[in-house]
Design a protein around this ligand. Structure first.
Ligand SMILES: NC(=O)c1ccc[n+]([C@@H]2O[C@H](COP(=O)([O-])OP(=O)(O)OC[C@H]3O[C@@H](n4cnc5c(N)ncnc54)[C@H](OP(=O)(O)O)[C@@H]3O)[C@@H](O)[C@H]2O)c1
Length: 289
């Protein structure tokens, strides 16, 4: 598959995806609960992503809940063969909008079936087991939960598996049970805890998919980032995305936006070429925290 999107393509197992993907979480209502204020606008963002050749969309039935998956289905079903939807299981939603873990075998089976139904699919291309909690990764064995997803994979409901919000030990434990094609953890210019893990996964041909690439609910802010952006006549968001693409070839972008204009800006901006001087200046950001 050829693409004009920045970063080219990557292969997740046997699925080729554009490294520039799209994260659909922000399409639900405030704090990822309920429907969006602008439903037509949300559908337009998804169609714009597909029209621009993006073939990797990240979602979860927990977003809304169900809302984001239903929007994806309405905007894009029947899905083009080249489009691959990645989803997550392992957390549910409570009435306050919290994300309580739900990783018992029966919870995971239900969530896989819920994702199949709301997305209108017979098989899920990629399912990430979301670990930890809202505070981040937490230690502990994933064997029972991951084993359940392996069973669902063997039953033909899942093509590929990954882990999310995981410690390095949990990534290794998953790999000792069955192959993963990606790790989806919090990582961006300011949060570089996973630097070593990214390099190890790159050597093994496994994707690393940073969530909150732009800082998530708190946009990235840093004087070094602003200085590099203004020197290049660009924006902090563009520099943050371009930096991730240049950081390692196994990094796949899933920036979120509810705006067609921002989506276009992000696609253009991620193609920015950063010099070694720019990279050195940007490297100081993580150290400032
Ligand atoms: N595995 C996990 O536990 C986990 C956790 C969180 C997220 N995720 C996944 O990661 C994806 C990305 O995370 P995210 O969307 O929360 O955070 P993000 O991509 O870091 O940032 C999204 C925020 O940036 C803003 N934004 C995007 N482009 C912009 C631009 N060009 N100019 C100004 N503002 C811009 C968006 O606002 P506008 O809507 O106004 O553009 C939105 O508020 C999610 O969609 C989700 O699929 C996974």
């Amino acid at each position: 598959m050829s693409t004009s999107l920045p970063g080219g393509t990557w292969t997740l197992g046997d699925l080729t995806v554009t490294r520039f993907g799209y994260g659909a979480m922000q399409l639900a209502g405030p704090w990822v609960m309920g429907p969006p204020a602008d439903r037509e606008g949300a559908l337009a963002v998804l169609r714009e992503a597909a029209d621009n050749g993006i073939t990797h969309i990240d979602t979860s039935d927990a977003y809304g809940p169900r809302i984001t998956n239903e929007l994806i289905r309405e905007a894009l079903h029947p899905y083009p063969e080249s489009l691959h939807l990645a989803t997550k299981v392992g957390a549910t939603r409570d009435e306050q909008g919290g994300w309580p873990p739900a990783r018992r075998p029966e919870d995971l089976r239900r969530q896989v079936h819920d994702n199949l139904t709301s997305l209108g699919l017979d098989v899920l291309d990629l399912v990430n087991l979301r670990l930890g909690d809202a505070e981040g990764p937490q230690p502990g064995s994933l064997a029972e939960a991951y084993g359940t997803l392996v069973e669902l994979q063997q039953e033909g409901l899942i093509r590929h598996l990954g882990v999310s919000n995981a410690t390095e030990e949990q990534v290794a434990e998953a790999q000792s049970i069955a192959p993963i094609v990606c790790v989806q953890n919090l990582y961006n210019l300011a949060h570089r805890h996973d630097d070593k893990l990214i390099d190890r996964l790159a050597a093994e041909g496994i994707a690393y998919v940073p969530f909150f690439p732009l800082g998530g609910f708190t946009p990235l802010q840093s004087s070094a980032l602003s200085a590099v952006a203004s020197r290049l006549g660009s924006t902090p968001m563009s520099v943050a995305l371009a930096w991730l693409l240049q950081r390692s070839p196994n990094i796949l972008l899933i920036p979120g936006t509810s705006s067609v204009t921002h989506l276009r800006e992000n696609i253009t901006g991620a193609a920015l070429s950063l010099s070694s001087e720019d990279l050195a200046e940007l490297d100081t950001i993580a150290g400032q925290r």
